[in-house]
Design a binder for this molecule. Structure first.
Ligand code: SF4
Ligand code: SF4
Length: 323
């Protein structure tokens, strides 16, 4: 795989500083039952990286000590980590909202038959990738059989009240197939609701529209096809300063499976750690009592993926999110 960081690091981006921390995004490992083409984590079934019990305990201690409002759990398929359910239960007991970045097909994997019911019982918000409402497009990006598996997963969640009960939020995530900007979020959300509702009887709450990040598999593909400069140019030309205030790194830190800390999940994948003075490899255990509001955020060219056009954060388009 081609490394995009040397190219991204040459591209200037406006300086950003951290605001008040309210969300802990935790990547519990890179193992996944899928190997999607656009995956910015380069996850797959054979990845051995897994968060240990000790680091999961540290995450819970951090949530308690720092009064964190939201635990956002990601992977790989985070549910495959042996400590996933303990993390969920522990964070909920501390009063935090929990989000699960769920790929939907995991809900039918052997050993995960009770997963959907567990998520519903713990009132976990499910955020699920669904790059299109058409089977061919989903399978081109995420693999054969993934569309049908995703539809089965959505139906299972709906049957438990997800998307209908206000306490059981079910949000979908869209990203474009190739090097283009995503379409407007409200219109695409309306299309998704109509097609998934009419064709499959599926309901959901929101569609988050995200731009592809020029890193990992997708970034490598851009370099191989000679499209890297074109795509970065597209993102840069669409950049809006107004989106800078809403980027997720201002209120979130990202923790890797070993407990090291980054300004966001994308920086984690580029191995660009959160910096504090001269200390450039901070661990969650270093930050239990420290406030880092005002700390400069490590930015590079990929950050235009968050500020282009309507903007992208883990909560979808920034313009709509602010409205
Ligand atoms: S399901 Fe998600 S984590 Fe797994 S390979 Fe696909 S994009 Fe990556
Ligand atoms: S990629 Fe986005 S979230 Fe990450 S540091 Fe850049 S602007 Fe912030």
């Amino acid at each position: 795989m081609r490394d995009t960081l040397p190219l991204l690091d040459k591209i200037p981006f406006p300086p950003l500083r951290r605001g008040k921390l309210d969300t802990l995004q935790v990547n519990v490992g890179y193992r996944c039952n899928q190997s999607c083409f656009h995956c910015h984590v380069n996850a797959g079934p054979t990845r051995p990286e897994e968060m240990t019990a000790e680091i999961a305990d540290l995450v819970l201690e951090f949530i308690e000590r720092r009064n964190i409002a939201t635990l956002d759990i990601t992977g790989g398929a985070p549910e495959l980590n042996a400590h996933f359910r303990r993390l969920v239960r522990g964070a909920r007991a501390l009063g935090a909202k929990v989000m699960d970045r769920c790929n939907l097909t995991i809900l039918q994997q052997p050993g995960q038959e009770d997963l959907a019911a567990f998520l519903a019982r713990e009132r976990v918000e499910v955020v699920a990738s669904m790059p299109c409402y058409l089977a061919d497009n989903v399978e081109r990006q995420r693999g054969k059989g993934v569309f049908d598996g995703s539809i089965r997963g959505l139906r299972r969640l709906n049957a438990l009240g997800y998307g209908r009960n206000p306490a059981l939020a079910l949000n979908l995530v869209y990203n474009p197939q190739g090097p283009s900007l995503p379409p407007a979020q409200p219109a695409l959300e309306a299309d998704y609701k109509r097609v998934l509702g009419e064709s499959y009887g599926i309901v959901f709450n929101k569609l988050y529209v995200l731009a592809n990040m020029p890193i990992q598999r997708f970034g490598s593909m851009l370099i191989s096809k000679g499209e890297f400069d074109f795509y970065l140019g597209l993102l840069q030309h669409a950049h809006l300063d107004a989106n800078l205030d809403g980027v997720m790194c201002r209120n979130l830190i990202s923790v890797d499976w070993q407990g090291f800390v980054y300004d966001c999940d994308f920086n984690q994948m580029l191995d660009l750690p959160l910096m504090r003075g001269r200390n450039t490899r901070l661990h969650l255990s270093d930050l239990l009592d420290e406030t880092f509001e005002g700390n400069p955020i490590r930015v590079a060219g990929h950050c235009y993926g968050c500020t282009a056009g309507q903007g992208s954060s883990c909560g979808g388009a920034l313009k709509e999110a602010a409205e």
